[in-house]
Design a protein around this ligand. Structure first.
Ligand code: ADP
Length: 546
Protein backbone atom coordinates (compact mmCIF):
# COMPACT_ATOMS: atom_id res chain seq x y z
CA UNK A 1 0.00 0.00 0.00
CA UNK A 2 1.35 3.44 -0.86
CA UNK A 3 1.01 6.34 1.50
CA UNK A 4 -1.59 8.93 0.72
CA UNK A 5 0.72 11.89 0.57
CA UNK A 6 1.06 14.31 -2.33
CA UNK A 7 3.76 13.36 -4.75
CA UNK A 8 5.26 16.78 -5.07
CA UNK A 9 8.74 16.77 -6.62
CA UNK A 10 11.70 18.31 -4.78
CA UNK A 11 12.93 20.89 -7.28
CA UNK A 12 15.64 23.53 -6.98
CA UNK A 13 13.28 26.23 -8.27
CA UNK A 14 11.14 25.61 -5.17
CA UNK A 15 13.99 26.75 -2.92
CA UNK A 16 14.21 30.15 -4.59
CA UNK A 17 10.43 30.56 -4.75
CA UNK A 18 10.29 29.85 -1.02
CA UNK A 19 13.07 32.34 -0.23
CA UNK A 20 11.52 35.03 -2.44
CA UNK A 21 8.08 34.53 -0.85
CA UNK A 22 9.04 34.30 2.84
CA UNK A 23 12.44 36.00 2.96
CA UNK A 24 12.02 38.35 0.04
CA UNK A 25 13.97 41.15 1.68
CA UNK A 26 16.85 38.98 2.99
CA UNK A 27 19.99 40.33 1.42
CA UNK A 28 22.44 38.83 -1.03
CA UNK A 29 25.61 40.91 -0.78
CA UNK A 30 28.47 40.48 -3.24
CA UNK A 31 31.93 41.91 -3.63
CA UNK A 32 32.06 42.28 -7.39
CA UNK A 33 34.89 41.75 -9.82
CA UNK A 34 34.58 45.52 -10.39
CA UNK A 35 35.66 45.97 -6.73
CA UNK A 36 32.45 47.50 -5.33
CA UNK A 37 29.92 45.84 -3.04
CA UNK A 38 26.57 45.00 -4.65
CA UNK A 39 23.34 44.40 -2.74
CA UNK A 40 20.25 42.53 -3.83
CA UNK A 41 17.54 40.36 -2.21
CA UNK A 42 15.99 36.93 -2.71
CA UNK A 43 12.94 38.63 -4.25
CA UNK A 44 15.08 40.41 -6.82
CA UNK A 45 17.13 37.28 -7.49
CA UNK A 46 13.87 35.45 -8.21
CA UNK A 47 13.00 38.08 -10.83
CA UNK A 48 16.43 38.09 -12.44
CA UNK A 49 16.61 34.29 -12.45
CA UNK A 50 13.31 34.37 -14.35
CA UNK A 51 14.75 36.86 -16.84
CA UNK A 52 17.82 34.69 -17.22
CA UNK A 53 15.71 31.56 -17.84
CA UNK A 54 13.83 33.44 -20.59
CA UNK A 55 17.16 34.51 -22.08
CA UNK A 56 18.32 30.89 -22.19
CA UNK A 57 15.05 29.97 -23.93
CA UNK A 58 15.68 32.73 -26.47
CA UNK A 59 19.15 31.33 -27.13
CA UNK A 60 17.47 27.99 -27.81
CA UNK A 61 19.38 26.17 -25.14
CA UNK A 62 17.32 23.03 -24.66
CA UNK A 63 16.20 21.25 -21.50
CA UNK A 64 19.10 19.21 -20.07
CA UNK A 65 21.69 21.10 -22.11
CA UNK A 66 24.73 22.04 -20.07
CA UNK A 67 25.42 25.68 -19.26
CA UNK A 68 28.93 26.22 -17.95
CA UNK A 69 30.07 28.93 -15.54
CA UNK A 70 33.54 30.37 -14.98
CA UNK A 71 32.72 32.69 -12.13
CA UNK A 72 33.53 33.81 -8.61
CA UNK A 73 31.06 33.74 -5.77
CA UNK A 74 28.60 36.50 -6.55
CA UNK A 75 24.96 37.35 -7.19
CA UNK A 76 25.07 36.69 -10.95
CA UNK A 77 26.51 33.24 -10.36
CA UNK A 78 23.78 32.73 -7.75
CA UNK A 79 21.10 33.74 -10.27
CA UNK A 80 22.52 31.22 -12.73
CA UNK A 81 22.34 28.47 -10.09
CA UNK A 82 18.56 28.90 -10.08
CA UNK A 83 17.87 30.05 -13.64
CA UNK A 84 19.75 27.19 -15.28
CA UNK A 85 18.62 24.32 -13.05
CA UNK A 86 15.15 25.78 -12.43
CA UNK A 87 14.48 25.81 -16.17
CA UNK A 88 15.51 22.13 -16.44
CA UNK A 89 18.95 22.81 -17.85
CA UNK A 90 22.13 21.59 -16.19
CA UNK A 91 24.42 24.05 -14.43
CA UNK A 92 28.03 23.09 -14.99
CA UNK A 93 30.35 24.95 -12.63
CA UNK A 94 33.87 25.00 -14.09
CA UNK A 95 36.92 25.50 -11.92
CA UNK A 96 38.80 28.45 -13.47
CA UNK A 97 41.94 27.60 -11.52
CA UNK A 98 42.52 24.51 -13.63
CA UNK A 99 44.90 24.56 -16.58
CA UNK A 100 43.25 25.82 -19.81
CA UNK A 101 43.89 22.43 -21.47
CA UNK A 102 41.96 20.74 -18.70
CA UNK A 103 39.16 23.32 -18.85
CA UNK A 104 38.80 22.82 -22.60
CA UNK A 105 38.76 19.05 -22.07
CA UNK A 106 36.03 19.35 -19.42
CA UNK A 107 33.87 21.74 -21.50
CA UNK A 108 34.03 19.35 -24.43
CA UNK A 109 33.42 16.27 -22.31
CA UNK A 110 30.38 17.91 -20.73
CA UNK A 111 29.32 19.22 -24.14
CA UNK A 112 28.49 22.67 -22.77
CA UNK A 113 26.24 24.73 -25.06
CA UNK A 114 26.95 28.05 -23.37
CA UNK A 115 29.53 29.28 -20.88
CA UNK A 116 28.91 32.29 -18.62
CA UNK A 117 32.05 33.97 -17.32
CA UNK A 118 33.26 36.81 -15.11
CA UNK A 119 35.42 39.26 -17.03
CA UNK A 120 38.40 38.21 -14.89
CA UNK A 121 38.35 35.02 -16.90
CA UNK A 122 38.25 36.64 -20.36
CA UNK A 123 41.87 35.59 -21.05
CA UNK A 124 40.90 32.03 -20.20
CA UNK A 125 37.91 32.17 -22.52
CA UNK A 126 40.15 33.48 -25.30
CA UNK A 127 42.54 30.60 -24.69
CA UNK A 128 39.91 27.86 -24.87
CA UNK A 129 37.11 29.17 -27.12
CA UNK A 130 38.51 27.90 -30.41
CA UNK A 131 39.03 24.46 -28.91
CA UNK A 132 35.40 24.23 -27.75
CA UNK A 133 33.28 24.25 -30.93
CA UNK A 134 30.21 22.95 -29.08
CA UNK A 135 29.89 26.19 -27.12
CA UNK A 136 27.59 28.44 -29.12
CA UNK A 137 27.43 31.33 -26.67
CA UNK A 138 30.09 32.85 -24.42
CA UNK A 139 28.15 35.03 -22.00
CA UNK A 140 30.16 37.70 -20.18
CA UNK A 141 28.72 38.49 -16.76
CA UNK A 142 28.72 42.25 -17.29
CA UNK A 143 26.83 45.17 -18.79
CA UNK A 144 26.85 45.59 -22.57
CA UNK A 145 28.98 48.72 -22.30
CA UNK A 146 31.68 47.02 -20.20
CA UNK A 147 32.08 44.14 -22.62
CA UNK A 148 35.56 44.65 -24.08
CA UNK A 149 35.30 45.21 -27.84
CA UNK A 150 38.49 43.28 -28.36
CA UNK A 151 36.94 40.22 -26.66
CA UNK A 152 33.88 40.40 -28.91
CA UNK A 153 36.21 40.62 -31.89
CA UNK A 154 38.29 37.58 -30.94
CA UNK A 155 35.70 35.18 -29.50
CA UNK A 156 32.75 34.27 -31.70
CA UNK A 157 29.39 34.32 -29.94
CA UNK A 158 30.27 36.65 -27.04
CA UNK A 159 27.23 38.25 -25.42
CA UNK A 160 26.59 40.51 -22.44
CA UNK A 161 24.61 38.84 -19.65
CA UNK A 162 22.94 42.09 -18.63
CA UNK A 163 21.94 42.86 -22.22
CA UNK A 164 20.41 39.38 -22.50
CA UNK A 165 18.40 39.83 -19.32
CA UNK A 166 17.27 43.39 -19.93
CA UNK A 167 14.57 42.64 -22.46
CA UNK A 168 13.08 39.66 -20.61
CA UNK A 169 10.02 39.26 -18.40
CA UNK A 170 10.64 38.83 -14.67
CA UNK A 171 7.94 36.15 -14.43
CA UNK A 172 8.83 32.60 -15.43
CA UNK A 173 6.64 29.56 -14.84
CA UNK A 174 9.22 27.06 -13.62
CA UNK A 175 8.62 23.71 -15.29
CA UNK A 176 7.62 20.80 -13.07
CA UNK A 177 9.36 17.49 -13.77
CA UNK A 178 10.72 14.36 -12.12
CA UNK A 179 12.84 15.26 -9.08
CA UNK A 180 15.48 12.76 -10.20
CA UNK A 181 16.24 14.91 -13.26
CA UNK A 182 19.84 16.10 -13.50
CA UNK A 183 20.35 19.62 -12.17
CA UNK A 184 24.04 20.35 -12.00
CA UNK A 185 27.44 19.02 -12.87
CA UNK A 186 30.80 19.38 -11.17
CA UNK A 187 34.07 17.71 -12.16
CA UNK A 188 36.47 16.43 -9.52
CA UNK A 189 39.83 18.11 -9.74
CA UNK A 190 41.34 14.94 -11.17
CA UNK A 191 44.59 14.75 -9.27
CA UNK A 192 44.86 11.31 -10.88
CA UNK A 193 43.76 10.79 -14.50
CA UNK A 194 41.09 12.82 -16.28
CA UNK A 195 38.59 14.82 -14.23
CA UNK A 196 35.36 12.97 -13.56
CA UNK A 197 31.92 14.54 -13.80
CA UNK A 198 29.55 14.23 -10.85
CA UNK A 199 25.97 14.80 -11.97
CA UNK A 200 23.64 15.95 -9.19
CA UNK A 201 19.85 15.74 -9.35
CA UNK A 202 17.16 18.10 -8.05
CA UNK A 203 16.23 15.54 -5.42
CA UNK A 204 19.80 15.02 -4.22
CA UNK A 205 20.40 18.76 -4.09
CA UNK A 206 17.26 19.60 -2.12
CA UNK A 207 17.77 16.73 0.34
CA UNK A 208 21.39 17.82 0.80
CA UNK A 209 20.22 21.39 1.46
CA UNK A 210 17.85 20.17 4.19
CA UNK A 211 20.72 18.20 5.72
CA UNK A 212 23.19 21.08 5.52
CA UNK A 213 20.84 23.29 7.51
CA UNK A 214 20.39 20.87 10.45
CA UNK A 215 21.51 22.03 13.89
CA UNK A 216 24.30 19.45 14.13
CA UNK A 217 25.45 20.29 10.61
CA UNK A 218 25.72 24.01 9.71
CA UNK A 219 22.84 25.05 11.97
CA UNK A 220 21.54 27.51 9.40
CA UNK A 221 18.62 29.81 9.98
CA UNK A 222 17.00 33.04 8.85
CA UNK A 223 19.04 34.77 11.58
CA UNK A 224 22.34 33.91 9.90
CA UNK A 225 24.54 35.83 7.52
CA UNK A 226 26.61 33.24 5.68
CA UNK A 227 29.80 33.80 3.77
CA UNK A 228 30.97 30.86 1.64
CA UNK A 229 34.67 31.36 1.03
CA UNK A 230 34.53 27.97 -0.61
CA UNK A 231 33.97 28.75 -4.28
CA UNK A 232 30.70 28.15 -6.05
CA UNK A 233 32.79 26.13 -8.53
CA UNK A 234 33.94 23.77 -5.76
CA UNK A 235 31.05 21.35 -5.16
CA UNK A 236 28.42 24.09 -5.27
CA UNK A 237 30.05 26.01 -2.41
CA UNK A 238 29.23 23.00 -0.21
CA UNK A 239 25.52 23.49 -0.89
CA UNK A 240 25.31 26.91 0.79
CA UNK A 241 23.57 28.63 -2.17
CA UNK A 242 20.75 26.08 -1.79
CA UNK A 243 20.68 25.79 2.00
CA UNK A 244 20.76 29.59 2.22
CA UNK A 245 17.54 29.87 0.21
CA UNK A 246 15.98 26.98 2.11
CA UNK A 247 16.46 28.84 5.40
CA UNK A 248 16.26 32.44 4.19
CA UNK A 249 19.73 33.23 5.50
CA UNK A 250 21.46 36.38 4.30
CA UNK A 251 24.25 35.44 1.88
CA UNK A 252 27.54 37.29 1.54
CA UNK A 253 29.70 36.51 -1.49
CA UNK A 254 33.38 37.50 -1.43
CA UNK A 255 33.97 37.58 -5.21
CA UNK A 256 37.64 37.34 -6.13
CA UNK A 257 38.95 39.00 -2.93
CA UNK A 258 39.96 36.03 -0.79
CA UNK A 259 42.91 37.50 1.13
CA UNK A 260 42.70 37.83 4.92
CA UNK A 261 42.13 41.58 4.94
CA UNK A 262 39.32 41.60 2.35
CA UNK A 263 37.56 38.66 4.00
CA UNK A 264 37.86 40.27 7.41
CA UNK A 265 36.42 43.58 6.24
CA UNK A 266 33.49 42.00 4.43
CA UNK A 267 32.65 39.76 7.40
CA UNK A 268 32.87 42.70 9.80
CA UNK A 269 30.80 45.06 7.63
CA UNK A 270 28.08 42.50 6.86
CA UNK A 271 27.84 40.94 10.33
CA UNK A 272 28.69 37.47 9.02
CA UNK A 273 27.74 34.75 11.55
CA UNK A 274 28.96 31.68 9.65
CA UNK A 275 31.76 31.24 7.12
CA UNK A 276 32.96 28.11 5.32
CA UNK A 277 36.16 27.21 3.51
CA UNK A 278 39.22 24.98 3.15
CA UNK A 279 42.03 25.22 5.76
CA UNK A 280 44.51 27.07 3.53
CA UNK A 281 42.16 30.02 3.07
CA UNK A 282 41.74 30.38 6.84
CA UNK A 283 45.49 30.75 7.31
CA UNK A 284 45.33 34.17 5.62
CA UNK A 285 42.44 35.33 7.82
CA UNK A 286 44.07 34.01 11.01
CA UNK A 287 47.35 35.77 10.25
CA UNK A 288 45.60 39.03 9.46
CA UNK A 289 43.51 38.96 12.63
CA UNK A 290 46.53 38.09 14.77
CA UNK A 291 48.75 40.77 13.27
CA UNK A 292 46.13 43.49 13.39
CA UNK A 293 44.77 42.41 16.78
CA UNK A 294 41.23 42.60 15.42
CA UNK A 295 38.20 40.42 16.14
CA UNK A 296 34.89 39.53 14.49
CA UNK A 297 32.30 39.63 17.27
CA UNK A 298 29.41 38.53 15.04
CA UNK A 299 31.21 35.48 13.61
CA UNK A 300 30.02 32.56 15.72
CA UNK A 301 31.31 29.60 13.71
CA UNK A 302 33.34 28.51 10.71
CA UNK A 303 32.99 25.30 8.78
CA UNK A 304 36.44 24.03 7.86
CA UNK A 305 36.70 21.07 5.50
CA UNK A 306 37.93 19.82 2.15
CA UNK A 307 41.25 18.91 3.80
CA UNK A 308 42.20 18.20 7.39
CA UNK A 309 41.96 21.21 9.70
CA UNK A 310 45.04 21.03 11.93
CA UNK A 311 44.23 21.02 15.66
CA UNK A 312 46.51 24.07 16.01
CA UNK A 313 44.25 25.98 13.63
CA UNK A 314 41.09 24.82 15.39
CA UNK A 315 42.57 25.88 18.73
CA UNK A 316 43.57 29.30 17.40
CA UNK A 317 40.04 29.96 16.14
CA UNK A 318 38.43 28.74 19.34
CA UNK A 319 40.72 30.12 22.01
CA UNK A 320 42.29 33.23 20.46
CA UNK A 321 39.40 34.46 18.36
CA UNK A 322 36.37 32.95 20.10
CA UNK A 323 35.05 31.43 16.86
CA UNK A 324 33.66 27.91 17.03
CA UNK A 325 35.07 25.50 14.42
CA UNK A 326 32.93 22.87 12.77
CA UNK A 327 35.26 20.36 11.16
CA UNK A 328 33.62 18.79 8.12
CA UNK A 329 34.46 16.03 5.69
CA UNK A 330 33.02 15.34 2.28
CA UNK A 331 33.71 14.85 -1.40
CA UNK A 332 32.54 16.15 -4.76
CA UNK A 333 30.86 12.76 -5.19
CA UNK A 334 28.90 13.41 -1.97
CA UNK A 335 27.40 16.83 -2.84
CA UNK A 336 29.72 17.18 -0.67
CA UNK A 337 28.64 16.82 2.99
CA UNK A 338 29.36 13.51 4.68
CA UNK A 339 30.28 14.19 8.28
CA UNK A 340 30.42 17.18 10.54
CA UNK A 341 31.85 17.38 14.01
CA UNK A 342 29.47 18.45 16.72
CA UNK A 343 29.35 17.11 20.24
CA UNK A 344 26.51 15.08 21.73
CA UNK A 345 24.68 15.81 24.94
CA UNK A 346 26.79 13.32 26.90
CA UNK A 347 29.99 15.11 25.80
CA UNK A 348 28.95 18.36 27.44
CA UNK A 349 30.05 16.93 30.78
CA UNK A 350 33.58 16.25 29.52
CA UNK A 351 36.48 18.52 30.35
CA UNK A 352 37.73 20.93 27.67
CA UNK A 353 40.67 18.72 26.63
CA UNK A 354 38.43 15.68 25.99
CA UNK A 355 35.94 17.81 24.09
CA UNK A 356 38.76 19.21 21.99
CA UNK A 357 40.07 15.69 21.24
CA UNK A 358 36.66 14.94 19.70
CA UNK A 359 36.29 18.24 17.96
CA UNK A 360 39.42 17.79 15.85
CA UNK A 361 37.96 14.64 14.28
CA UNK A 362 36.03 14.96 11.02
CA UNK A 363 32.77 14.21 12.81
CA UNK A 364 29.84 11.86 12.59
CA UNK A 365 27.66 11.05 9.59
CA UNK A 366 24.67 13.18 8.80
CA UNK A 367 21.35 11.35 8.41
CA UNK A 368 21.35 10.30 4.75
CA UNK A 369 24.97 9.17 4.73
CA UNK A 370 25.65 5.53 5.65
CA UNK A 371 29.26 4.60 6.32
CA UNK A 372 31.40 1.48 6.65
CA UNK A 373 35.10 0.99 7.32
CA UNK A 374 36.57 -2.10 5.65
CA UNK A 375 39.91 -3.83 5.26
CA UNK A 376 41.60 -4.70 1.95
CA UNK A 377 39.30 -7.70 1.49
CA UNK A 378 36.16 -5.67 2.02
CA UNK A 379 35.53 -7.11 5.52
CA UNK A 380 34.06 -4.70 8.06
CA UNK A 381 36.46 -3.42 10.70
CA UNK A 382 35.37 -2.66 14.26
CA UNK A 383 34.24 0.82 15.22
CA UNK A 384 36.81 1.13 17.98
CA UNK A 385 38.47 4.42 17.04
CA UNK A 386 41.66 2.49 16.26
CA UNK A 387 41.20 0.06 13.36
CA UNK A 388 42.03 1.97 10.17
CA UNK A 389 40.61 0.97 6.80
CA UNK A 390 38.85 2.17 3.68
CA UNK A 391 35.77 4.30 4.11
CA UNK A 392 32.71 3.33 2.05
CA UNK A 393 29.59 5.47 1.84
CA UNK A 394 26.09 5.37 0.39
CA UNK A 395 23.07 7.60 0.40
CA UNK A 396 20.67 9.69 -1.68
CA UNK A 397 23.16 12.51 -2.35
CA UNK A 398 26.10 10.24 -3.17
CA UNK A 399 27.12 9.52 -6.78
CA UNK A 400 26.29 6.17 -8.31
CA UNK A 401 28.45 6.76 -11.39
CA UNK A 402 30.33 9.43 -13.30
CA UNK A 403 28.91 11.45 -16.18
CA UNK A 404 29.66 9.95 -19.59
CA UNK A 405 32.14 7.56 -18.06
CA UNK A 406 33.31 4.56 -20.01
CA UNK A 407 34.68 2.87 -16.91
CA UNK A 408 32.44 0.57 -14.88
CA UNK A 409 30.49 2.16 -12.02
CA UNK A 410 32.79 2.86 -9.05
CA UNK A 411 30.28 1.30 -6.64
CA UNK A 412 31.19 -1.85 -4.72
CA UNK A 413 27.98 -3.69 -3.81
CA UNK A 414 26.16 -0.38 -3.82
CA UNK A 415 28.78 1.41 -1.71
CA UNK A 416 31.00 4.23 -2.96
CA UNK A 417 34.69 3.81 -2.04
CA UNK A 418 35.91 7.21 -0.87
CA UNK A 419 39.65 6.54 -1.18
CA UNK A 420 40.03 7.76 2.39
CA UNK A 421 41.60 5.78 5.21
CA UNK A 422 39.74 6.27 8.46
CA UNK A 423 38.97 5.06 11.94
CA UNK A 424 35.44 5.18 13.33
CA UNK A 425 34.71 5.17 17.07
CA UNK A 426 31.78 3.60 18.87
CA UNK A 427 29.78 6.84 18.63
CA UNK A 428 30.32 7.04 14.87
CA UNK A 429 32.94 9.81 14.95
CA UNK A 430 35.22 9.44 11.94
CA UNK A 431 38.84 10.42 11.84
CA UNK A 432 40.53 10.61 8.44
CA UNK A 433 44.08 9.38 8.79
CA UNK A 434 44.89 9.80 5.11
CA UNK A 435 43.88 9.53 1.53
CA UNK A 436 44.80 6.06 0.28
CA UNK A 437 47.35 7.56 -2.06
CA UNK A 438 49.02 9.69 0.64
CA UNK A 439 49.44 7.02 3.34
CA UNK A 440 53.09 6.35 4.23
CA UNK A 441 53.81 2.65 4.42
CA UNK A 442 56.85 1.99 6.56
CA UNK A 443 57.95 -1.58 7.26
CA UNK A 444 54.43 -2.89 6.68
CA UNK A 445 52.91 -0.33 9.09
CA UNK A 446 50.95 2.71 8.07
CA UNK A 447 51.92 6.19 9.11
CA UNK A 448 49.29 8.91 8.90
CA UNK A 449 50.63 11.88 6.97
CA UNK A 450 47.84 14.04 8.43
CA UNK A 451 48.90 13.21 12.00
CA UNK A 452 52.51 14.19 11.28
CA UNK A 453 51.41 17.41 9.58
CA UNK A 454 49.16 18.30 12.51
CA UNK A 455 52.10 18.02 14.92
CA UNK A 456 54.33 20.23 12.76
CA UNK A 457 51.53 22.78 12.42
CA UNK A 458 51.44 23.11 16.21
CA UNK A 459 55.05 24.40 16.21
CA UNK A 460 55.03 28.19 16.37
CA UNK A 461 57.71 28.46 13.68
CA UNK A 462 55.69 26.53 11.08
CA UNK A 463 53.33 28.27 8.68
CA UNK A 464 52.26 25.17 6.75
CA UNK A 465 53.50 21.57 6.57
CA UNK A 466 53.02 18.59 4.30
CA UNK A 467 54.23 15.08 4.92
CA UNK A 468 55.01 12.76 2.02
CA UNK A 469 56.40 9.27 1.53
CA UNK A 470 60.03 9.00 0.46
CA UNK A 471 61.01 5.63 -1.05
CA UNK A 472 63.32 3.73 1.27
CA UNK A 473 65.31 0.59 0.45
CA UNK A 474 64.85 -0.92 3.90
CA UNK A 475 61.42 0.25 5.06
CA UNK A 476 59.74 0.67 1.66
CA UNK A 477 58.72 4.25 2.52
CA UNK A 478 59.66 6.77 5.18
CA UNK A 479 58.02 10.11 6.08
CA UNK A 480 59.58 13.30 4.77
CA UNK A 481 58.33 16.56 6.20
CA UNK A 482 58.04 19.57 3.90
CA UNK A 483 57.73 22.87 5.72
CA UNK A 484 57.14 26.54 5.01
CA UNK A 485 58.49 28.58 7.92
CA UNK A 486 56.44 31.32 9.47
CA UNK A 487 57.82 34.74 8.51
CA UNK A 488 60.76 35.70 10.69
CA UNK A 489 60.92 32.30 12.45
CA UNK A 490 64.29 30.70 13.10
CA UNK A 491 63.76 27.00 12.96
CA UNK A 492 66.00 24.16 11.92
CA UNK A 493 65.57 20.51 11.05
CA UNK A 494 66.75 19.08 14.37
CA UNK A 495 64.59 21.36 16.46
CA UNK A 496 61.52 20.40 14.46
CA UNK A 497 62.27 16.68 14.65
CA UNK A 498 62.81 16.95 18.41
CA UNK A 499 59.34 18.51 18.60
CA UNK A 500 57.91 15.09 17.62
CA UNK A 501 59.48 13.29 20.59
CA UNK A 502 56.84 11.96 22.94
CA UNK A 503 54.04 12.88 20.52
CA UNK A 504 54.23 9.82 18.24
CA UNK A 505 56.05 6.48 18.32
CA UNK A 506 59.77 6.91 17.53
CA UNK A 507 59.54 5.01 14.25
CA UNK A 508 56.87 7.38 12.99
CA UNK A 509 59.00 10.50 13.39
CA UNK A 510 59.90 11.90 9.95
CA UNK A 511 63.39 11.05 8.71
CA UNK A 512 64.09 14.50 7.41
CA UNK A 513 62.74 18.00 6.88
CA UNK A 514 62.86 20.03 3.68
CA UNK A 515 62.22 23.77 4.01
CA UNK A 516 60.51 25.29 0.98
CA UNK A 517 59.26 28.82 0.20
CA UNK A 518 55.74 27.58 -0.61
CA UNK A 519 53.71 24.40 -0.90
CA UNK A 520 51.89 24.01 -4.22
CA UNK A 521 48.13 24.23 -3.85
CA UNK A 522 45.61 22.67 -6.22
CA UNK A 523 42.64 24.27 -7.89
CA UNK A 524 40.52 23.94 -4.76
CA UNK A 525 43.18 25.20 -2.36
CA UNK A 526 44.41 21.80 -1.20
CA UNK A 527 48.08 20.85 -0.88
CA UNK A 528 49.29 19.06 -4.00
CA UNK A 529 51.22 16.23 -2.39
CA UNK A 530 51.65 14.39 -5.70
CA UNK A 531 53.51 17.44 -7.05
CA UNK A 532 55.70 17.52 -3.92
CA UNK A 533 56.42 13.82 -4.35
CA UNK A 534 57.38 14.38 -8.00
CA UNK A 535 59.61 17.32 -7.16
CA UNK A 536 61.25 16.11 -3.98
CA UNK A 537 61.41 12.34 -4.04
CA UNK A 538 60.77 11.39 -7.65
CA UNK A 539 57.14 10.35 -7.27
CA UNK A 540 55.50 7.46 -5.52
CA UNK A 541 55.63 4.22 -7.49
CA UNK A 542 52.32 2.77 -6.40
CA UNK A 543 49.54 3.83 -4.09
CA UNK A 544 49.48 1.50 -1.09
CA UNK A 545 46.28 -0.49 -0.77
CA UNK A 546 44.93 -1.42 2.62
P1 ADP B 1 39.39 16.12 -5.03
O1 ADP B 1 39.40 14.64 -4.95
O2 ADP B 1 39.40 16.64 -6.37
O3 ADP B 1 40.31 16.82 -4.05
P2 ADP B 1 37.17 16.70 -3.35
O4 ADP B 1 37.15 18.15 -3.15
O5 ADP B 1 35.93 15.98 -3.57
O6 ADP B 1 37.96 16.49 -4.62
O7 ADP B 1 38.01 16.05 -2.20
C1 ADP B 1 37.52 15.08 -1.35
C2 ADP B 1 38.62 14.59 -0.48
O8 ADP B 1 39.15 15.65 0.33
C3 ADP B 1 38.18 13.56 0.52
O9 ADP B 1 38.09 12.29 -0.07
C4 ADP B 1 39.27 13.65 1.58
O10 ADP B 1 40.43 12.94 1.20
C5 ADP B 1 39.62 15.11 1.56
N1 ADP B 1 38.95 15.79 2.68
C6 ADP B 1 37.81 16.48 2.65
N2 ADP B 1 37.52 16.98 3.87
C7 ADP B 1 38.50 16.58 4.71
C8 ADP B 1 38.78 16.74 6.10
N3 ADP B 1 38.01 17.47 6.90
N4 ADP B 1 39.87 16.14 6.60
C9 ADP B 1 40.70 15.41 5.82
N5 ADP B 1 40.49 15.22 4.50
C10 ADP B 1 39.41 15.79 3.95
Amino acid sequence: MLGLMQNHPLLISGLLDFAARYHGDSEIVSRRVEGDVHRTTYAQVRQRAAQCAHALDALQIAAQDRVGTLAWNGYRHFELYYAVSGSERILHTLNPRLHPDQIAWIINHADDRAVCFDLTFAPLVKAVAKRCPGVKHWIALCEADTLPAELAATVAGVLSYEALLAAQSSEYPWPVFDENTASSLCYTSGTTGHPKGVLYSHRSTVLHAYAAALPDVMNLSARDAVLPVVPMFHVNAWGIPYAGALTGAKLVFPGPALDGKSLFELMRDEGVTLAAGVPTVWLGLLNFMREQQVRLPALQRTVIGGAAAAPAMIRAFEEELGIHVLHAWGMTEMSPLGTLCSLKNKHLKLDKASQFALQVKQGRPIFGVDVRVVDGNGADLPWDGKSAGNLLVRGPWIASDYFRSEAPSPLQDGWFPTGDVVTIDADGYIQITDRTKDVIKSGGEWISSIELENIAMAHPGVAIAACIARPDPKWDERPLLVVVKREGATLDRDELLRFYEGKVAKWMIPDDVVFVPAIPLGATGKMLKNRLRDELVGGKPSAPQP
